[in-house]
Each structure stands twice: as C-alpha cells, then as structure tokens.
Design a protein around this ligand. Structure first.
Ligand code: NAP
Length: 284
C-alpha cells in the first residue's frame, strides 16, 4: 500500500498535535482524530477530519495512528485505558508515538503491540509550535527500520527531516539528550540576562550582541524576544521541560549541568509550570 492510500488516525490535539495533524490534512490525507477533551476536535472537523469516540475505535478504522500527548501517563492511558488502543482486535497497524516519553514505555508498548502483529515507532520531535506550524520539525525515530521507511512520507509531511536512530526507545533517548541541552541553554540564557541586568547592561543590547555572534540561534532569538517583551505565554511549558529532564535523569543522565538544570526547573515548576520555559528567569 502506498503511503497516500493509508488512513491516518491522530490522538492528541494540544499545542503541538493540532498544527502537526493539520499538515497531514493540508497534504490531502484522510484524517480521523481523537482528543480526550472533545471540544479540541472541532477545528479539525471544520478542516475536513472525522472523529472517533475512543482510541480503540480510531485504531480499528485507520492504518496508522499518531500520538502527540503529554507524557508516559497519558500514553499509558491511551494504550491501556478503557477502550484504549490495546483493546482493538487488529493486526498490521502502525502506532507512531511522537510525544516526549521514556524509552521504557516505548519498549513496553512496542512489545504489547507486537503480540498481535502491530508495530510501534517512537518518533519524538525537535522544534516547537512555530516549527509545527511551518512543518519544519526534526523527527527522531526508533523502532523497525522497514516500518520507518513505510511511513517516512508521512513524517516528512509533518517535519523537514526524519532521522532513524535505531531500535525502539532510541528516538526517545536522543530526544531526552536534546532537551537536556535545551534546559541547560535556557537556564544559561536566563542567568546571563539576569547578571548583565544587575550590572546595568541593557538587555536588548546584550541580546543583539549574542544574536550577531556565533552563539546566536533561532532559539536564543525567540526566547530573548520573549524576555524583552515580558511575554511568558507558553510555547513549550516549563512543566513539560521538567518532565523531560526528569526522564533524562531516570534514563541515567548523571552529569553536572544536566542534573543542575533538572533541580532548577523542578524547583520552579510549582509556580511557573504552565508558563514558557524561559519564565525560569523570574526565579533568579
Ligand atoms: N510544546 C512544545 O514546544 C513541544 C515541543 C516538542 C515536544 N513536545 C512534547 O509534545 C508532547 C505534547 O506537548 P504539547 O505542548 O502539545 O502539550 P499540550 O498542549 O499540553 O497537549 C497535551 C495533549 O495530551 C492530551 N492528554 C494529556 N493527558 C492525557 C490523558 N491522561 N489521556 C488522554 N490524553 C491526554 C491532552 O488532552 P486534553 O486536551 O484533553 O488535555 C492534549 O491533547 C509532550 O510530550 C511534549 O513534551 C512539546
């Protein structure tokens, strides 16, 4: 079956899942969606998607199901809850979990699916809401190479690049490494802004210098602008980053800056969890 003939299911229409799933509709795929809070399905339905009453029903009616949900617990609920994916009596289906979750839950769900001849890819993404809207995410996949190649055209519709890393869970591990770096540079940026402000340096001047140096990056530009505008509305919530740093620690990340970033964000989470990651500057 060619990828354009595949019927696609999508679970999780949050900040990331909505724009990512919209890329598939725009590219002409037939999409069926499921979101725990049903009201979030309305926009997708207006754009031509149909909806399913449960993950089980969604899997029964489609060939490939994407997940973009919060964490391990949401993934567990979608797979093993009442009317979850694992309750469907189906085979040869492909589940692509794009959420940032632990390698362990990926291995567990891949094993469960394999019992009935179904397949699992862990395929978390690097990039945020803007990149999801522009289909410029980088997708980091683990699982069976042949399954990855089969769905590659779908992944390349959602992102600008899809990289196959290795066996199940290696996509998750790589993503946790990327987000550990993100935590470290977010804390670093917040600290140098705070330090230079205290010494009377204008923050706009500091950011202009960083952005025009080899240290500049799209990330530093976006987060620097957010600080200048005091706009901490979340593109990537601080509680999701704390979750990712915690998963990295659980997976064995045991180095000074990574551990420190985890402590810093974990301490800030009760107050700032729903704000953007760069809101960490308010804690300095
Ligand atoms: N935002 C970013 O910049 C970014 C970038 C890269 C990766 N990520 C990762 O992508 C994933 C999604 O992030 P997001 O920012 O889109 O999060 P979000 O806006 O909070 O959306 C979370 C989604 O998960 C669903 N969900 C949560 N708990 C659930 C449960 N127990 N059962 C069923 N569904 C549940 C939510 O359903 P409801 O609508 O019912 O709450 C919603 O659809 C996370 O793993 C995050 O770490 C995020």
């Amino acid at each position: 079956m060619n990828s354009e003939d595949l019927k696609i299911g999508w679970i999780g229409l949050g900040k990331m899942g909505k724009p990512m799933s919209e890329q598939l509709i725009r590219a002409g795929y037939t999409l069926q969606v499921y979101n725990r809070s049903k009201e979030k399905e309305a926009v997708l339905k207006k754009e031509g998607a149909s909806s399913a009453s449960s993950p089980k029903e969604l899997l029964e009616q489609t060939d490939v199901v994407f997940l973009m949900v919060s964490d391990d617990s949401a993934t567990h609920e979608i797979f093993s809850g009442k009317n979850g994916l694992l309750k469907a009596d189906v085979s040869n289906k492909i589940i692509i979990n794009m959420s940032t979750v632990s390698p362990e839950i990926s291995r567990e769900m891949a094993r469960e699916l394999a019992n009935n001849g179904n397949h699992y890819l862990d395929a978390p993404v690097s990039g945020s809401v803007k990149q999801a809207q522009e289909a410029s995410l980088v997708i980091i996949a683990g699982g069976e190479k042949a399954i990855f190649e089969k769905v590659r055209p779908l992944l390349e519709t959602i992102g600008k690049k899809a990289v196959f890393i290795g066996e199940t869970g290696t996509g998750n591990l790589t993503k946790l490494a990327v987000n550990t770096y993100l935590g470290i540079i977010t804390q670093g940026l917040a600290e140098v802004i705070h330090f230079s402000r205290e010494k009377g340096v204008n923050t706009g001047d500091l950011l202009e210098i960083i952005n025009n140096s080899a240290l500049g990056s799209p990330f530093i530009k976006i987060k620097g602008d957010a600080v200048l505008q005091e706009n901490y509305e979340a593109a990537f919530t601080l509680n999701h980053l704390t979750k990712d740093l915690g998963l990295a620690v659980d997976a064995g990340m045991n180095t000074p800056l990574g551990k420190l970033a985890f402590e810093t964000f974990r301490n800030a989470e009760p107050d700032l969890g729903k704000e953007d990651v760069i809101a960490i500057i308010k804690k300095l």
